[in-house]
Write a protein that binds this ligand. Structure first.
Ligand code: ADP
Length: 251
């Protein structure tokens, strides 16, 4: 597999907004790409397009070398792990039942499932006793670890992470950032990650894609965005991100 995800001139319009406007973007196998940009610029919609949750009016979306179409989307989705900001866990199922839901639906062997749960809990560093709890009885950080386990259960080639750390307080967030990066390196997955935090984007990836109004404004490293901004907006965005830190230091 050479290309994990490819958006080819993709446009997606909602009734009152063009969320994604003629976007072309590739994520190579094993690569992590961080999507960043102001709220409403189309980041989540791009992830939903890759997961086949919404369909483009124009262009095509290729996942693991296959063009997404209604007749292959369910099968392709098994090669995708998807984590959203709130975790998206079913509240009436225990953590372990959330993690194993798809595998049980696909009638995987019980021993295989049990073994996989043990491996994944170790990988994401979730204490064993947390597995029996319901999402409402887990901390925010633990919930995201469970979501991550669920997304990895079927060993997908592609991970789509939509602000997976966005709802966490700074200390928990920092711990999970470190763990996530280690996990990406170790597993060699192809990752498309949404964040609104420039420092987090740079922490995870040398490939940062900055969007505005449904379009890609610039793709490059953190340095590239600072040193050679493609347009004034890039400068403004970087400055706005750094502004609060600078103000706090000056105070
Ligand atoms: P981001 O993830 O960058 O915040 P989104 O992809 O969520 O941006 O949204 C892009 C644009 O599409 C916004 O203008 C938003 O209001 C609109 N949008 C998103 N989801 C829907 C929806 N389900 N129905 C209608 N408009 C939507």
């Amino acid at each position: 597999m050479s290309c994990a995800i490819a958006f080819e001139h993709v446009t997606h319009r909602y009734p009152h907004a063009t969320a994604v406007d003629d976007v072309s973007l590739r994520v190579e196998a094993g690569e992590t790409v961080a999507l960043i940009g102001p709220s409403g610029c189309g980041k989540s919609t791009l992830l939903k397009l890759a997961a086949g949750l919404v369909w483009p009016q124009q262009g095509s979306v290729v996942v693991t070398d296959r063009t997404l179409a209604p007749d292959n989307v369910l099968e392709t989705r098994r090669r995708i792990g998807y984590v959203i900001q709130s975790g998206g866990l079913f509240p009436h199922l225990s953590a372990v039942d959330n993690v194993t839901l798809a595998a049980r639906f696909l009638k995987r062997e019980r021993d295989w499932i049990a073994q996989r749960v043990v491996e994944l809990a170790e990988l994401v560093q979730l204490p064993r006793d947390a597995l029996e709890r319901f999402p409402g009885n887990l901390s925010g950080g633990q919930r995201q670890r469970v979501s991550l386990m669920r997304s990895l259960m079927l060993d997908p080639a592609v991970l789509l992470l939509d602000e997976p750390l966005g709802a966490l307080d700074p200390m928990v967030r920092h711990g999970l950032q470190e763990d996530l990066r280690r996990l990406f390196e170790r597993l060699g997955k192809s990752v498309l990650l949404v964040t609104h935090d420039m420092a987090e984007a740079a922490f995870f990836s040398r490939n940062i894609v900055l969007m505005r109004d449904g379009k890609i404004v610039q793709r490059g490293t953190y340095r590239d965005l600072i040193d050679t901004p493609a347009e004034p907006f890039v400068n403004e965005f970087v400055k706005a991100q750094r502004g609060l830190h600078a103000e706090a230091l000056d105070a």
